[in-house]
Design a protein around this ligand. Structure first.
Ligand code: HEM
Length: 148
């Protein structure tokens, strides 16, 4: 009799644990991309690494020769934070005005996205989050690229 109760107790605990972890997984899945990325601190770490990669990338670093790097980083963090559902407000220029006259090509754009992917991979950002972020930035290509 006692043994049976213990058995039920263990099964009960097991079911409770399974239930809890699936509820936790569910609530994580429901969270904004901003939260799943790890919030502003995690986004700032990715942006720092990404801007350092761009600065070292001979294919595109010429574009940034006169850039205000601290401002660029702040703008990127706010832009990504806002675009992923976070509490920030992007106050920079729209993408068309910000890149006007730079003559950025599709290859330049792809190089920059490649640098971003390398940073996201370095910080072990999940595949789903990576794809969602790239999908949010992808549509900006048409406003940024000015030549083939
Ligand atoms: C999805 C892709 C991109 C995003 C989200 C993005 C975002 C931004 C943002 C937020 C700014 C700051 C605007 C401001 O200061 O008001 C900026 C500026 C700039 N971007 Fe981009 N950009 C992208 C692609 C590119 C590419 C492909 C290049 C060149 C290869 C580029 C070169 C620049 C340069 C040179 C500046 C000016 C920095 C300065 O003058 O301080 N961007 N971009």
């Amino acid at each position: 009799m006692l043994k049976k109760q213990v058995g039920v107790g263990v099964l009960g605990l097991f079911l409770l644990a399974v239930g809890c972890s699936s509820t936790m997984q569910q609530s994580m899945a429901d969270k904004s991309l901003y939260d799943r990325l790890g919030g502003k601190e995690a986004i700032t770490a990715v942006v720092d690494d990404f801007v350092a990669r761009v600065a070292a990338d001979k294919r595109i670093n010429g574009f940034f020769a006169k850039a205000n790097v601290p401002r660029l980083k702040m703008m990127l963090v706010d832009q990504i934070c806002e675009a992923t559902g976070g509490p920030c407000k992007y106050t920079g220029r729209d993408m068309k005005s910000a890149h006007k006259g730079m003559g950025i090509s599709n290859a330049d754009f792809d190089a920059l996205v490649g640098d971003l992917i390398a940073s996201l991979d370095k910080f072990n950002v999940g595949e789903r989050e990576k794809q969602e972020l790239l999908a949010a930035l992808g549509p900006m290509r048409k406003d940024i690229v000015e030549k083939q």
